[in-house]
Design a protein around this ligand. Sequence first.
Ligand SMILES: NC(=O)c1ccc[n+]([C@@H]2O[C@H](COP(=O)([O-])OP(=O)(O)OC[C@H]3O[C@@H](n4cnc5c(N)ncnc54)[C@H](OP(=O)(O)O)[C@@H]3O)[C@@H](O)[C@H]2O)c1
Length: 266
Amino acid sequence: MAVTPISRTVVITGASSGIGKALALRYARDRAAVLGLLGRSGGRLQAVADECRRRGAVVQTATLDVRARYEMEQWLQNFDTNTPIDILIANAGVMAGRHLDTDIESSPDSYALLETNVLGVLNSIQPILPQMMARRRGQIGIMSSIAAFIPLPDAPSYCASKSAVLTYGLALRGALRKLGIGVSVICPGYVMTPMTQQESGWKPFVIAPESAADAIVRGLQRNRSIIAFPFLFALLTRLGGLLPNSVQRWTVPRFTVSERAQKDAE
Ligand SMILES: NC(=O)c1ccc[n+]([C@@H]2O[C@H](COP(=O)([O-])OP(=O)(O)OC[C@H]3O[C@@H](n4cnc5c(N)ncnc54)[C@H](OP(=O)(O)O)[C@@H]3O)[C@@H](O)[C@H]2O)c1
């Protein structure tokens, strides 16, 4: 597949922390001169923006909740009109799972998670699709997870949200290919961010956010359909997902996502 050059204007949701922050700093270091950074926490977002500016990038920030469809649409369309977006990374997301003293995840957590991880992705992408289609150019990165490949009993909504955006992204890729727009679905394994620090349980093959950002930037540059990493963990998880459910039952319990915060509170 053709290698596209690193583009100049990059928008990242969830840029105030973890993988999104590492991506912002990574693009600021490269040839991406204009960054649009979104997040909910204004203070942390500004700190990331300041660091990106120190690295030479021009940065605009927006303190927005990805669930706010209208506000997202307004901001993204205004930004794109002034600075056509080359790469949009719908990265913002939350994780919820079974608390240590419960059998299943909580209902409010499930609703909030699906609104953020699924509808939030749509709210980040849909507003700029018409402009990208008119330009016949652009690259979209959708943050899924290795959890899309294997259903974890401790986190049904999280796994469902990541499967949903995986399928959505691959289908959208097919629809946009002839219009010159690339869509890549990003499926990281464990990345050491504030999100994973809230989980208890085994975290095999865990990597630093900076390594994740490198893998994502490379994958987007090559317009990979699925950017899954680290390689061995991604392979094992994808193969594991093909096992019969009766066998999976004996292999997945190690991947618990109960919240350490809950344990600390007890
Ligand atoms: N860490 C991993 O092991 C891992 C593995 C696979 C996939 N992922 C995915 O990677 C993405 C980033 O996760 P991370 O590990 O970097 O977590 P993180 O450090 O907790 O960062 C999450 C980011 O998403 C933003 N966010 C959350 N809810 C939002 C909302 N409703 N509106 C706007 N922004 C919102 C947060 O903004 P504020 O903090 O400002 O609210 C923050 O910038 C997520 O989609 C996650 O599911 C992570």
